[in-house]
Design a protein around this ligand. Structure first.
Ligand code: HEM
Ligand code: HEM
Length: 186
């Protein structure tokens, strides 16, 4: 491996870990809040948390996508088999698509259903989608399918990350952690 690979810059690292922490909280909140027979008070808290944190993710993910397009990923260690580099590229692309699709479909589902998003409403931000039962249903299906796909890809992503960090110890882990890049890369 190349011991001088500096990995991702600080901005990409910080965005990765902000989104990772938020998404890893959003998934259990979403799964628990839709359960039948859940305590109403807990359900309300989880819905408010899920809708509002999820809405904040829309501009954060947009920024991340723009950053990624304008700042290509550093090359992976040349010692990695080609199929693993392809798998990394494919799964990262899938994660980007899903991290865009999830908050957008969630937003559309809630707005088309005529429901509040407390934080955005308090700021006076209007609903950007009109009420529509059929649109709400489509968005709900997209949201649930995307959530399932995200969980599956994340299982692979976390497995690969642990494998690199603990078993191979090939420097891939250090490409994204810690959040501040060594040196002075942005
Ligand atoms: C504890 C949780 C997580 C760990 C340990 C982790 C670990 C990593 C590692 C080691 C890399 C670097 C891979 C490389 O150098 O090519 C990476 C990149 C990446 N991770 Fe994660 N990750 C986590 C959570 C997430 C989540 C929740 C998402 C998305 C929803 C995500 C999306 C990505 C993406 C898209 C990249 C590629 C970055 C780019 O090329 O711009 N990660 N992650
Ligand atoms: C990265 C962002 C998000 C993730 C990972 C995520 C994840 C999930 C998961 C795992 C579920 C349960 C699956 C199901 O049975 O439908 C769910 C449901 C739900 N989510 Fe999200 N979500 C995100 C963003 C949002 C946003 C931004 C909103 C609204 C503003 C939202 C609104 C909802 C609603 C209303 C449900 C209940 C299911 C339904 O009524 O269709 N989500 N979400």
């Amino acid at each position: 491996m190349d011991h001088h690979d500096p990995g991702y810059g600080t901005t990409a690292r910080v965005l990765h870990w902000i989104v990772a922490a938020a998404v890893l909280a959003m998934i259990p909140a979403g799964l628990i809040m839709v359960r039948d027979g859940l305590d109403r008070g807990l359900q309300d808290v989880l819905f408010i948390f899920h809708k509002n944190l999820g809405s904040i993710l829309i501009p954060i993910v947009a920024l991340r996508v723009i950053w990624r397009i304008t700042h290509p990923a550093p090359p992976l260690p040349a010692t990695l088999p080609a199929w693993q580099r392809r798998a990394a590229r494919g799964s990262h692309l899938a994660l980007y698509v899903l991290m865009v699709a999830l908050p957008l479909s969630g937003y559309v589902r809630v707005r088309a259903g005529g429901f509040p998003i407390e934080g955005l409403d308090a700021l006076g931000l209007p609903a950007l989608v009109g009420r529509s039962k059929s649109l709400a249903e489509v968005a709900s299906t997209v949201h649930a399918v995307a959530a399932f796909a995200l969980i599956a890809v994340l299982a692979v992503h976390l497995g690969a990350a642990l494998h690199h960090a603990l078993i191979r110890q090939d420097g891939v882990w250090g490409r994204i952690w810690p959040p501040r890049a060594p040196g002075r890369r942005t």
